[in-house]
Design a protein around this ligand. Sequence first.
Ligand SMILES: C[S@@+](CC[C@H](N)C(=O)[O-])C[C@H]1O[C@@H](n2cnc3c(N)ncnc32)[C@H](O)[C@@H]1O
Length: 221
Amino acid sequence: MPIVFESRDGSTTVLSEKFGVTYHSKYGAVQESRHVYIKEGLFAKCIAKKELSILEMGFGTGLNALMTCLEAEKLELKINYTAIEKYPIPNEIVGQLNFMKILEVEGRDDLLCRMHRAEWEKQVEISDFFSLKKLEQAVEDIAFQQGFDLVYFDAFTPNVQPELWELPMLTKMYDALLPTGILVTYCAKGSFKRALKEIGFKVETLKGPPGKREMTRAVKP
Ligand SMILES: C[S@@+](CC[C@H](N)C(=O)[O-])C[C@H]1O[C@@H](n2cnc3c(N)ncnc32)[C@H](O)[C@@H]1O
């Protein structure tokens, strides 16, 4: 059973017993999501757009999806969000997550629960601006069509899931992206960035969230 605990910014995260690692940075789950995926991903890609397609590798607690949904409403940007998850977290764990409290979102207490309750493999309208399709599958087994503006690549660290950070999986992500599409991730490991370059991505090393030196943004030409 996964274990919930508080990261240093007060937001909860989860320790995976299966992989022995946490779902987010221990320095701050909300801080990490906001910096890596929202600021350096969504904000970099949403300029002059009315609609955006996002692919998330690793739905996990739903934190990235939740923060993206809240931003979509503020930006009045229609987001079609596809999230892959091989090992969904149990409902008891979802009930212990404090993201709504930390984000101080008035009157939207059920938003995260609605995302977790959304039927798998179906497109579900979570709000006027956010449509969610969760796929309960291993990413290795999915053949994507090219069609995404942005990939949130949020697999567990290469130390425990090396195969997800190597050429075959990253080529799959490249092929899923539209031209000028962006992949963002918390990871800045050298071998990972070399693999991205070999595939044809233009790779940027950016300042990481508090507590982490660097992160990566890769752009498909
Ligand atoms: C770092 S966590 C993701 C955190 C998540 N984005 C969030 O906001 O909470 C990595 C996620 O990838 C999932 N995962 C691991 N291996 C997978 C695979 N082969 N296919 C699909 N999902 C996988 C894990 O179960 C976990 O939920």
